[in-house]
Design a protein around this ligand. Structure first.
Ligand code: IMP
Ligand code: MG
Length: 188
């Protein structure tokens, strides 16, 4: 079993430090608070990767809000690639009909997961549907997606930490860093 200090050794460059993330999340929360004016909103987080982001973002939004959680996974394929076939592991617990919904995501890579999710949630007739992602990796986009709030735009590198995983590990790191390629190439 690996300790967090061992996980740290698997990281090459640190892309975003804890304080950079905290400062940007506070800005995003302030912007969301302004944009939604007097309206209340529902944050829909996409587990598990967006868990720390959701927890920090919701506390920086100065509006009445509700939260709901979904969990999705892509079918099969290598764990650093998205297959685009999305399976819902956990659905919403309440109706979002007529609600102002903000999807909270960890990262948009190919866009296939979010593309599926947006179509699924639109079918539930929210009053509005916007997207907030901590990270955007536009280099690999396969479908066009209108993203309303972006924390950071990052280069085409596989990153972990602050919720993001490789093989379900590294989510508990406080920063976002680039996983050393040896870690996933040696995994077979
Ligand atoms: P997409 O469908 O290709 O946009 O992939 C979105 C999902 O793939 C994210 O929610 C992550 O779970 C995962 N993902 C994409 N890029 C990375 C990365 O660099 N690190 C960790 N997970 C990633
Ligand atoms: Mg995810």
């Amino acid at each position: 079993m690996k300790a967090v200090s061992d996980l740290r050794a698997d990281i090459g460059e640190i892309l975003l430090t804890e304080s950079q993330i905290q400062a940007r999340v506070a800005e995003l929360g302030a912007q969301v608070s302004i944009d939604y004016g007097g309206r209340s909103l529902t944050l829909v987080s996409v587990l598990k990767g967006s868990l720390p982001f959701m927890a920090d973002l919701m506390r920086s939004i100065d509006r009445p809000l509700r939260i709901d959680l979904m969990e999705v996974s892509s079918y099969g394929g290598a764990t650093t690639e998205s297959s685009g076939l999305v399976r819902i592991l956990k659905d919403l617990s309440s109706s979002i009909e007529g609600e102002d919904v903000l999807i909270v995501e960890d990262i948009i890579d190919t866009g296939l997961t979010l593309n599926y999710l947006v179509r699924y949630l639109r079918g539930k007739k929210p009053a509005s549907l916007r997207i907030c992602t901590l990270l955007d990796k536009p280099a690999r986009r396969l479908v066009e997606i209108d993203v309303d709030y972006i924390g950071f735009t990052i280069p085409d590198q596989f990153v972990v930490g602050y919720g993001l995983d490789y093989g379900e590990l590294y989510r508990n790191l406080r920063f976002v860093g680039v996983l050393r390629p040896e870690v996933y190439s040696s995994a077979g």
